[in-house]
Design a protein around this ligand. Structure first.
Ligand code: ADP
Length: 235
């Protein structure tokens, strides 16, 4: 019922590329996606941003998805699909496209691929233990939002804010058990999606522990497909 044959025809006849970026929570996907749209003429569609926008404007869809998002649960496939299909057909008509945060489940991937041709899926392959170490060391000053890290950005006095001297706290969802939960949830849902794209020969793996390690590889790949916007340094 969501299908529009004209849009599908237009999309498949266009020379615009369609990429998907995937990666575990806390793996730096946001950083890489930002650099992609900074350096290449690619429009990004982030499902989380679109959903939050609908919540903010209190659209019918926004009101429906709010209860799932507030609980940190995935929004039902049918609602996400409706949104993405509509938005991507607008965006893909005149630009290269990067889908970010979508598809997250196998039914989403199958549905998407039945509507549009996907050129490449870039998976950021960041070891889970690296992510856990990074997130669990993060502490914040609740008053100001200042963040510290027990290894990379220590406060002068352990456990206390440099500016106010007030105690630092750890966000609930930065605690090790919560991070591990999220990662295993991600793995359960997205492994089948990765496998789906792997079988279709679309999957590219970009392995590394840090964004600065992964970014040059992503840049190199994309520069073969699309003319970069400007000369870019690999950072
Ligand atoms: P995060 O990476 O922290 O999950 P996102 O911005 O990608 O952040 O997503 C925020 C929320 O939006 C998710 O927790 C989920 O409720 C919803 N969401 C985003 N994308 C999808 C999707 N493809 N399928 C289902 N729910 C989604």
């Amino acid at each position: 019922q969501l299908q529009d044959p004209n849009l599908i025809l237009m999309a498949s006849a266009s020379r615009f590329m369609r990429f998907i970026i995937m990666g575990p929570p806390g793996g730096g996907k946001g950083t890489i996606a930002e650099r992609i749209v900074r350096d290449f003429p690619i429009k990004s569609l982030a499902s989380g941003d679109l959903l939050r926008h609908h919540m903010a404007i209190k659209s019918k869809l926004g009101l429906e998805v709010g209860k799932y998002m507030n609980r940190g649960e995935l929004v039902p496939d049918s609602l996400v699909l409706e949104l993405i299909i509509e938005e991507q057909s607008k965006a893909a008509a005149n630009s290269h496209l990067l889908l970010d945060g979508f598809p997250r489940t196998l039914p989403q991937a199958e549905n998407l691929c039945s509507r549009m041709q996907i050129d490449r899926v870039m998976n950021l392959d960041v070891p889970f233990n690296v992510i856990v170490e990074r997130i669990k060391g993060r502490w914040i000053h609740p008053g100001s939002g200042r963040t510290y890290h027990t290894e990379f950005n220590k406060p002068v006095r352990e456990g206390f804010d440099d500016v106010t001297g007030e105690p630092l706290i750890q966000r609930e969802d930065d605690k090790e058990s919560v991070v591990l939960d999220r990662l295993s949830h991600y793995k359960d849902l997205t492994e089948p999606v990765l496998e789906y794209f792997r079988q279709r020969g679309l999957l590219l793996q970009f392995t590394g522990s840090y964004s600065n390690e992964i970014w040059p590889k992503v840049h190199e790949f994309l520069a073969q497909e699309i003319e970069p916007l400007q000369y870019t340094k690999y950072s």
